[in-house]
Design a protein around this ligand. Structure first.
Ligand SMILES: Cc1ncc(COP(=O)(O)O)c(C=O)c1O
Length: 369
């Protein structure tokens, strides 16, 4: 059996080579490699998919989060709630504004625990960075009522959640601004990096547009705020646009892979899965499984040429960049020791899926029963 990669951008390329080369030729022939028609088209499509008025593409979701926080007035002295279990950018973007990330433990699905979050509120708490981990959405209704109760600005970290919905509300539609990532592991990915801010607020969109070009003013020759160089290359926008047109199909194929895993693995007692509720469409950015034999299983799969991922092997407060924390986050810590992400992408074929599931079943039969 050939190696099974954890995600497989090159297979997407092989399947769509002609179109991608055609797009490269089209973009490069115009000589306009930043901005241009595909950046406009991509932004329009993203605003439409998230039911927002504005979309501003940038060079990464990390920048999107930073720009959104700055544009919404977060500054030194403020506190911002963020789940203790996420990718580092969810919290590092807060530090870049001068504000303090206040970590909150999560539920066993990896999403922020609102009861625990309520206990962390102080006079200084101004915002919440709401992460839809693994692409599975935090309930927008609960998020809205929590934020209303404590007068908090919501910045949605929807980096992983493009295409997901909860009670018909798309990821990217809750709060003042929402941020998505297009890094190579994402369900819609650049061949490089990329991100976007979507919002209904004209001022936030204007500031984000300015910040992506060093803080340049729109109509006068001036730099009013500090920004950085964060425009998305036109070719990346063209490739993203091509994928965005297929997002329903991509989400549906990922759901098929997930359903295959559920059907072949749910008989294993030592494995825990996340199951979407009836009113939820999960994009399956990741297919996480949870097992106390995580490291041994990862090793076993690796020996069988199956690449897997761990998201994440540490909680955010454990990273030294955030200083030493004496506080424990028991659920986040449990997840960091037990989570394993299986390969999931539309191009995985049945032979590969069957091989992955056979190996996992064999692992539990031969090693742990
Ligand atoms: C939850 C979360 N937030 C933020 C980011 C940052 O995205 P980017 O790599 O586009 O900067 C990621 C990327 O993996 C992520 O998973």
């Amino acid at each position: 059996m050939k190696p099974v990669k954890f995600y497989n951008v090159d297979r997407f390329y092989q399947l769509n080579k002609d179109k991608i080369i055609e797009l490269a030729n089209e973009v490069f022939s115009t000589g306009q490699v930043l901005e241009g028609i595909y950046v406009t088209k991509t932004e329009k499509k993203l605003a439409q998919l998230t039911n927002r008025k504005y979309a501003v593409t940038v060079n990464s979701c990390t920048d999107a989060l930073f720009f959104s926080l700055i544009a919404s007035g977060i500054k030194y002295g403020d506190e911002v709630l963020v789940p203790a279990f996420s990718f580092i950018a969810s919290a590092s973007a807060i530090i870049r504004t001068g504000a303090t990330p206040v970590f909150v433990d999560v539920n066993d699905d990896g999403l922020i625990n609102f009861e625990k979050a309520a206990k962390k509120i102080t006079q200084r708490t101004k915002a919440i960075v709401a992460v839809h981990l693994f692409g599975k959405m935090a309930n927008p209704e609960t998020l809205n009522s929590f934020s209303k109760q404590f007068n908090l600005t919501i910045i949605e970290d929807a980096a992983q959640a493009l295409g997901s919905r909860h009670t018909e509300i798309p990821a990217g539609n809750t709060g003042l601004a929402s941020c998505f990532s297009f890094d190579p592991s994402k369900i819609v990915n650049a061949f490089g990096t990329g991100g976007v801010i979507v919002t209904d607020n004209e001022e936030i969109a204007g500031k984000a547009k300015s910040m992506r070009v060093h803080g340049k003013s729109a109509n006068v020759n001036n730099f009013e705020i500090l920004g950085c160089n964060s425009r998305i290359p036109s070719l990346q926008a063209a490739i993203l646009h091509f994928q965005l047109l297929q997002i329903k199909d991509i989400t549906s194929k990922r759901n098929n892979v997930a359903n295959y895993y559920y059907s072949k693995l749910s008989n294993i007692h030592n494995l825990r899965f996340l199951i979407p509720s009836q009113d939820e469409l999960w994009n399956y950015h990741k297919f996480p499984i949870f097992t106390s034999f995580r490291d041994k299983l990862k090793d076993y799969l690796s020996k069988n040429n199956i690449e897997t991922g761990i998201h994440y092997s540490k909680t955010l407060p454990e990273y030294s960049v955030f200083g030493k924390s004496e506080i424990s986050y028991p659920v986040a810590e449990m997840l960091s020791k037990t989570e394993l992400s299986l390969p999931i992408y539309p191009e995985l074929n049945e032979e590969e899926l069957s091989w992955i599931c056979d190996c996992i079943n064999k692992f539990y039969i031969t090693q742990h029963t």
